[in-house]
Design a protein around this ligand. Structure first.
Ligand SMILES: [Zn+2]
Length: 311
């Protein structure tokens, strides 16, 4: 049996049930008021009404989720979630358009919505006692608007067009053997990088970086700050290196070049979220393709919802 023989990929009724079970494992929750378990079905097609006196609103499993007000059949949504979550380097809207036989516009919409669902955001700090977190930065693609420092005071940009100054900086923090968290920043300067590093890594961690001046001073904040001197050709010293972060960047760049040739800068953070999501739920950490799709579906629901019990 292939993945696409599973019922949620075959018919819309089964797909709806699949989405409902993932979104509401503990009973139907009204997405308008957050009440659990009082809604009743108004039709066989998945329309519910909240029974709370002050609410009484109608909703479906797609209400207040990335799937809201989409006309794409639910079985195709299920297929798209599965496809985007199972290919290591992602899938382009063009490919999805051909595979699912939907318009390119619909495919593009699906891709961006699913990417949004994958944006799980980092809350817990990475690392911890005895753990290593690598920090590194890279540059990807040309910026659409060069970064203007306050000192520039509106003076025009001349020539150039090469080098990191006109590329999109990305900072990655990777816990060795664990999760990655990436940031597309307007400029990779010391202030920006310091804020990211301190705001996202547990103080008890060992921080590994190269000898870039961006990380100077980090030693006072962490259990240790160990560096490899890339400028002198040193890449590994004992267990000190930034190879995990560099490995992540190389998956990202190969995927972006091969699959997503044209990525507008304003969408870059979503592509990063997509690559982060797959990396953080990779096979090595115990996730299979199905788990990954199910998790993305769970994150598709409005994340700001607060659940409460009926009174
Ligand atoms: Zn309600």
């Amino acid at each position: 049996m292939t993945t696409f023989n599973e019922l949620q990929h075959q018919n819309d009724e089964a797909a709806r049930k699949w989405f409902e079970e993932l979104r509401w494992p503990g009973g139907v929750v009204c997405p308008h008021c957050g009440t659990v378990g009082t809604a009743y079905a108004r039709s066989k097609l998945g329309l519910y009404r909240c029974a709370e006196k002050e609410c009484r609103k109608d909703f479906t499993v797609t209400t207040k989720s990335v799937m809201e007000s989409s006309h794409i059949p639910l079985r195709l949504w299920a297929q798209a979630f599965t496809l985007l979550c199972s290919s290591k380097k992602g899938m382009s809207a063009h490919q999805l358009h051909r595979t699912l036989k939907i318009t390119y516009k619909s495919a593009w919409f699906l891709c961006h919505r699913i990417r949004e669902a994958m944006r799980t955001g980092g809350l817990e700090p990475l690392g911890g006692e005895g753990k290593i977190v690598e920090a590194d930065e890279t540059y990807y693609g040309p910026t659409e608007k060069p970064y203007a420092s306050p000192q520039r005071k509106g003076r025009p940009f001349t020539g150039g067009g090469r080098g990191p100054a006109n590329k999109r900086p990305i900072v990655a923090l990777v816990e060795r053997g664990g999760s990655v968290r990436t940031f597309h920043v307007p400029v990779a300067d010391k202030d920006t990088v310091t804020k990211i590093v301190r705001g996202n890594i547990a103080r008890e961690s060992r921080l590994h970086t190269d000898d870039s001046r961006l990380y100077i001073g980090s030693d006072v904040h962490f259990a240790a700050h160990e560096t490899v001197t890339h400028s002198h050709g040193e890449y590994v010293r004992g267990d000190v290196h930034t190879n995990t972060a560099e490995g992540y960047f190389s998956i990202f760049k190969r995927g972006m070049r091969g699959v997503y040739q044209h990525c507008k800068e304003k969408h870059l953070h979503r592509y990063l979220a997509e690559f982060d999501f797959r990396y953080n739920h990779r096979i090595k950490l115990g996730y299979n393709d199905g788990d990954r799709a199910a998790l993305a579906v769970k994150h598709a629901a409005g994340k700001r919802l607060t659940y409460r019990q009926p009174h």
